[in-house]
Design a protein around this ligand. Structure first.
Ligand code: AKG
Length: 447
């Protein structure tokens, strides 16, 4: 999905492509800018880029909004675009403190294994990338699939000794393009691989995502953050027009947080022929895409790293004050996007299916109640019949549940076939027992 600024772009074929090309970073070709001189970016017409920061300020002062923009019914600080239902823009949603926190986490914690990054494909899991970059370390290939960080001097000695491959940690940090949190996204297959080892998304990030997602959630439902992709952008990096279509339920929003340098975001329509809306994304802005907006092409054709346009003065000084110059220097020329997703439909978490094997009959029908994490959450009631299996995994493990009722009358117990099979196989004594009973075997992994 990533492209570098120099990729030649053959296509003006669609409205989306034309807009990408329009905003992308190109340099002046003029021969007087020789290799030694600083390359000059080509000027771009930014007059039609929506600026929700100033739209919000004007709205708070005058109550007036530009054509086609409205505020969400439930919150006048959340902006919507009339012809893109399901899209929400929350300017300045994150405080400076929150921005600093998530920038630090994005660099120091999120790329740590078992989370995967774009570096896994070449180097395998890379531990302590940030600290190694800060300490001027070098990653050296020890064996076909084994790479290890060494201090600069040591690394040079190693490389001389056994002419092995090496790369500096600071180059790797610069080339960090994505990391994945929670359920791991497999970029080669473009799907979630639930078999990959993973940690849960940190609670504080889940809480933040839930709070911001609330406005775009179907009523009465709470957002369940299960997977997140962290995108890292340097100068010239872009994210080409795409759809996020690998999650099962598009009624749930993607919560997308911007950190660092200002960017241009393109929100197209369901076809790449639909002319996209261009808008600025600044550090601290949060965007939600839910419902119909999940079907809209979107991308990031440009980030700004120059002082005038990057708009990160306050963030930079807060970050350097809080965390030192190394992170502040990184963010001066970078943008980070954390987008958080609900991946698994509830039906899959609580998966019920028929067992076909023999001897798995467990008796009379029952009512099972599956509540939420609090006893205040209204539970789902469902029937459990002989042969059904229920799996409770991940978040569902934290849900209250119970069996308030079993049915032993002929009409409701639903065990006619079981009863006659059992009496045939094992005699009446068993059949008599099961006519008025239910057995539940639950098997757990403890360690
Ligand atoms: O960087 C952004 O703001 C958008 C990210 C995005 O669209 C994605 O990761 O699918």
């Amino acid at each position: 999905m990533y492209e570098s600024a120099n990729v030649s772009d053959d296509a003006d074929r669609t409205a989306f492509r034309r807009a990408e090309k329009n905003y992308k970073l190109y340099y002046e070709q003029d021969s007087k800018f020789s290799r030694k001189k600083k390359k000059l970016p080509k000027p771009v017409d930014l007059s039609s880029v929506l600026d929700f920061n100033s739209i919000s300020q004007d709205f708070n002062r005058t109550g007036v909004l530009p054509d086609g923009i409205r505020v969400a019914e439930a919150d006048s600080q959340v902006f919507c675009i009339e012809n893109r239902p399901g899209f929400y823009f929350i300017p300045n949603a994150l405080s400076l403190e929150e921005q600093c926190k998530w920038i630090k986490e994005s660099l120091m914690t999120f790329p740590q294994p078992p989370n995967r990054t774009n570096h896994n494909a070449i180097y395998g899991p890379v531990t302590d990338l940030f600290e190694s970059a800060k300490g001027n370390k070098v990653l050296v290939q020890e064996d076909t699939n084994i790479w290890k960080f060494y201090d600069g001097e040591e690394a040079i000695a190693k490389a001389k000794q056994r002419s092995c491959k090496s790369v500096s940690a600071s180059v790797l940090l610069r080339k960090l393009r994505w990391s994945t949190l929670g359920l791991q996204f497999d970029w080669s297959k473009r799907n979630y691989d639930v078999s990959l080892p993973h940690n849960n998304i940190p609670d504080a990030l889940c809480q933040l995502a839930k709070t911001h997602a609330a406005i775009a959630m179907p009523s009465g439902e709470e957002f369940r953050p299960e997977g997140a992709i962290v995108n890292y952008f340097g100068l010239g990096d872009t994210l080409g027009g795409h759809l996020d279509d690998m999650e099962a339920d598009w009624s749930k929003p993607i919560v997308s947080m911007s950190l660092g340098c200002k960017a241009i975001f393109l929100l197209g329509g369901k076809s790449k022929e639909d002319p996209p809306h261009a808008m600025y994304l600044r550090s601290g802005d949060v965007v939600l895409m839910a419902g119909e907006a999940r079907e809209c092409f979107h991308g990031v054709p440009r980030i700004f790293i120059d002082e005038e346009n990057a708009d990160i003065g306050a963030l930079e000084s807060e970050l350097s004050h809080e965390s030192g110059d190394f992170i502040a220097e990184y963010i001066k020329t970078s943008r980070i996007n954390i987008n958080i997703r609900q991946v698994i439909p509830l039906e899959a978490i609580l998966m019920t299916w028929k067992l076909t094997g023999v001897n798995q009959y467990l008796g009379c029908k029952a009512i099972f109640l599956l509540g939420g994490k609090s006893k205040e959450d209204p539970p789902h009631a469902m029937y459990l019949r002989s042969g059904d299996v229920v799996l409770m995994a991940r978040e569902a493990r934290a849900c209250f549940h119970g069996v308030p009722r079993i049915f032993i009358d002929e009409e409701n117990a639903d065990i006619g076939a079981l009863e006659s099979e059992l009496s045939h196989e094992s005699g009446d004594f068993f059949a008599e027992y099961i006519k008025t009973s239910r057995i539940n075997i639950n098997i757990r992994q403890v360690f």
